[in-house]
Design a protein around this ligand. Sequence first.
Ligand SMILES: Cc1ncc(COP(=O)(O)O)c(C=O)c1O
Length: 456
Amino acid sequence: MTSSTLSAATRDIAYQLHPFTNLRRHEAEGPLVITGGHGIYVTDEAGREYIEGLAGLWCASLGFGEERLVEAATRQMRKLPYYHQFASKAHDIAIDLAERLISLLPVRMSKVFFNNSGSEANDTAVKLVWYYNNARGRHRKKKIISRLRGYHGITVASASLTGIVTAHRDFDLPLPAIRHADCPDYYRYGKPGESEEAFATRMVESLEAQILREDPDTVAAFIAEPVMGAGGVILPPRTYFDKVQAVLRKYDVLFIADEVICGFGRTGSMFGSETFGLAPDIVVMAKALSSAYLPISATAISEEIYQALLAESDKIGIFAHGYTYSGHPVCCAVALETLAIMKERDLVGHVQRVGPRLQAGLRRFADHPLVGDVRTVGLIAGVELVKDKATHAQFDPPGSVGAVFVARAQAHGLILRNLQDTIALCPPLIITETEIDEVLRRFQYALADTASALAR
Ligand SMILES: Cc1ncc(COP(=O)(O)O)c(C=O)c1O
């Protein structure tokens, strides 16, 4: 029997190990096999269409059928399908992209280093921070503070930064130099009667106490997503980042902004750092940089960091970091075309125009007995389902009701993500107002189905 006589689902179970999947359940239930896409829609092997309400994994910003990206890749494949950038080689397209990114970033950055994924970009950030402090003779200043429920990737260093227990458990992580600070989720951790600002102050006092406990001479950097994505779509409480940045400056701690989800328009500005007033020393970008059509990520560093790397590479003789595919020319071409399309179509302006429709539509569900909190900015949102609206009590086990919700949404042709009962929405940025209304309609059906399932 040739493998092609078996269904795709059977062959999938036979041959693939799936990322972030319950392996036993996957064997029993099999995959949803997606075979095509256009606009905000993807199509399964049976020809059913779904709205991709999370743009894949928060990434396909231009949707699933942008011909110009296909053409840009094809053109570059014909011209120069591959070249590397080791040992002072370069190619025109990576130079163009680096220059473009430096011009777009909201804070003055000196250099861009290319990688292939968000995880790798964060690994690069970690290594550069260590190298930087070795260059400065600060050999003890190596700890990196991330936040509980932050998501920064899944390679050894980036999974260590990720503040989600399942990313560590039985993988022998986190690495010893990584620490986790409190998660600034006002809805879940705010005390009764505590204002958002007072909560932010408490979170930052706790961060400062942690830095002091660790010894500031050993703390090198702090990493944060402007909006926490996979941890539950958590918006920073008002005044939080201003206060955080004051503490980081006080103790000479670098600030790494993980813009992997927020970058390139998602929050209604080009970068989440603009939306929330961040002035980072390192900016990490991926996902929407190429609308996810090809894998590429970037780690941008300040001039001060660059000068230290320069000095250290003098001393050692080489800056020995890099990947075979760093700045892959085809990926760079697609990224440049993505940025050109964003500019021509004013996609940042588009997010500002249509985002409020999604936000207002979701807020209308706030009165529903299952909905505890609606968090949203630009075209990203999290709707938290709770057992008890008054006490914010979670379902037992957490995530169980969100799983029912996303299954029902999928049955209604809407793919969403369940993050421990927070339903995440992050549609392609090209979504229209009519399509947003359709998302909201399907969302409402899923909510009604979930409520009926619970009532049974
Ligand atoms: C904020 C953030 N950083 C880093 C990553 C890791 O990116 P990748 O999956 O491309 O390694 C992700 C992935 O979702 C992310 O959301």
